[in-house]
Design a protein around this ligand. Structure first.
Ligand SMILES: Nc1ncnc2c1ncn2[C@@H]1O[C@H](COP(=O)(O)OP(=O)(O)OP(=O)(O)O)[C@@H](O)[C@H]1O
Length: 276
């Protein structure tokens, strides 16, 4: 798994986009990387897959330091998939089918297997109807779903997703959330960056909070969001379930359904009479 030691990355001489951070992705199954605009999330992801090379510090994957030789990067990317924030960065082919098939062809998967994997991946992201469409005909949200399908089709061991649900409608967001949960249930490590704190709170079990390139807090989801002052100071929102907990003096629930079940139980045992 990924372990990052004292990573610093500078695009220019003085400014540190990432400033001496340490990460250990064995701490969770669904890891959240959160931070305001410009806090360094995308820069971190690009360092993890070897697109950018650390200015200082080191990155280990399965106890081996990243090597930037073409062959080693090729092997890394067979195991680690990335969905970029901007789908145009990752879509190269003119037809959706060929785009999703691209990486599979690259690693020599037979064409009949590719056909099956492309269909399955597009179906999962609710985009099978786009299979024969030219990519330049697609909307932003449609391109985003195709980019996610390309990574799902590869069946990687680790999937990094930079803002996977940004710009998606509720139905597609729900589809992506279910896919991420499913990947996680199947033992795939999912690392996600997002500005949607309700989403991060719902699905992540370990979180790193970045601010101006540094990690200001890390821990399990509930621990991190209980630090409301820090979360707000770095320009992020508090998830609504945490607000309910703080402002209504109710238990801290992880899922919306847990809150409803709690209320139903209270109603059934006549504990809500004082509110009615
Ligand atoms: N190509 C680049 N050249 C110079 N500076 C860059 C470049 N890309 C990013 N930066 C700077 O690095 C810092 C971190 O940017 P990065 O894109 O990693 O942040 P982010 O957390 O992903 O932001 P967002 O939430 O807006 O996507 C910012 O200060 C940004 O201006």
């Amino acid at each position: 798994m990924f372990k990052v030691n004292n990573l610093t990355y500078k695009y220019e001489k003085e400014n540190k986009a990432i400033n001496n951070i340490n990460l250990d992705f064995s701490k969770g199954n669904m890891i959240g990387i959160i931070g305001a605009n410009g806090s360094g999330k995308s820069t971190l992801f690009m360092n993890l897959v070897g697109i950018l090379k650390p200015s200082e510090g080191s990155i280990f994957y399965n106890n081996k330091e990243l090597s930037y030789k073409k062959k080693d990067l090729y092997n890394l990317r067979k195991e680690v998939g990335i969905v970029f924030q901007d789908p145009d960065k990752q879509i190269f082919y003119s037809r959706v089918y060929d785009d999703v098939a691209f990486s599979l062809r690259n690693i020599g998967v037979p064409e009949d297997k590719i056909k099956e994997k492309v269909h399955n991946a597009l179906k999962l992201v609710n985009a099978l109807d786009l299979i024969d469409k030219p990519v330049h005909f697609l909307s932003y949200g449609q391109k985003k779903r195709v980019a996610i399908a390309s990574v799902i089709a590869m069946e990687n061991k680790v999937v990094l997703l930079d803002e996977p649900t940004a710009g998606l409608d509720p139905k597609s967001t729900k589809a992506i959330v279910n896919i991420l949960k499913n990947l996680c249930d199947n033992g795939i490590k999912v690392v996600i960056s997002s500005h949607d704190m309700d989403l991060i709170y719902e699905i992540c079990d370990y979180i790193y909070v970045l601010n101006k390139g540094s990690i200001v807090i890390e821990g399990n989801c509930m621990e991190v969001f209980k630090e409301a002052n820090i979360i707000e100071e770095v320009g992020l929102n508090i998830p609504w379930l945490v607000k309910v907990h703080k402002n209504m003096n109710l238990p801290l629930f992880k899922k919306e359904e847990d809150l409803y079940n709690y209320f139903n139980q209270c109603v059934n045992t006549n504990q809500l009479t004082s509110l009615v």
